[in-house]
Design a protein around this ligand. Sequence first.
Ligand SMILES: [Zn+2]
Length: 222
Amino acid sequence: MTIPREGLPSRGFSLLCKLLKNAKRENWCQCHLADQHIPQLLEKVDADVAEKVRQGGCLHCAGKLHSAKYRRKPRGQPKQDWERDQEIYRASFCCDQDGCRKRHTPPSVRFLGRKVYWGFVVVLVAAMQHGITPPRLHALREGLGVARRTVEHWREWWLHTFVQSPFWSVARARFSPPIDLKTLPLSLCEAFGVEERRDRLLALLQFLSPITTASIPLGWSM
Ligand SMILES: [Zn+2]
């Protein structure tokens, strides 16, 4: 796989590509992280899901849903040209009926819960922790502006919070052979074939998206 040169956002990222291009695993992670098209693709997917939630109306009464979106400032990706002049929002809705007013925040492929980094950064950087040398992990963190304790926090989240979640207790049965919990989320990336194609990263993020909201039931399907 070649690292896309066109439109690489900063010298920092070019340096990162050079640093990381040799090892295969580091290469595919890096390619995704430097991919200019991923945030736009994910935004489109989120918009489609949000529209489906809105059209479905309130899950608790017969009310209609009105926009009550959140402004977000996700980190971990240099500012893109296309977003320079626009604010970034996470879609959310409120029921219009007095006495209900329940919030409905659609599942997201961009935002992993309340974490301030793009969800795919949380997945890929945490995946790269497994098997990458400390100097290279350090270079990657520096390049993306992610503190060491943040990566450690993500690791804790994957190895404890995620594996004990109601979502995972059901979803884990889908995988044969079983996912290696000790190397999460790398083992999930491998199961989805994320190193091969961008749409496999999207498939993984869609798989994870039910955990990104507490106001839409786990069984809700897109
Ligand atoms: Zn309602």
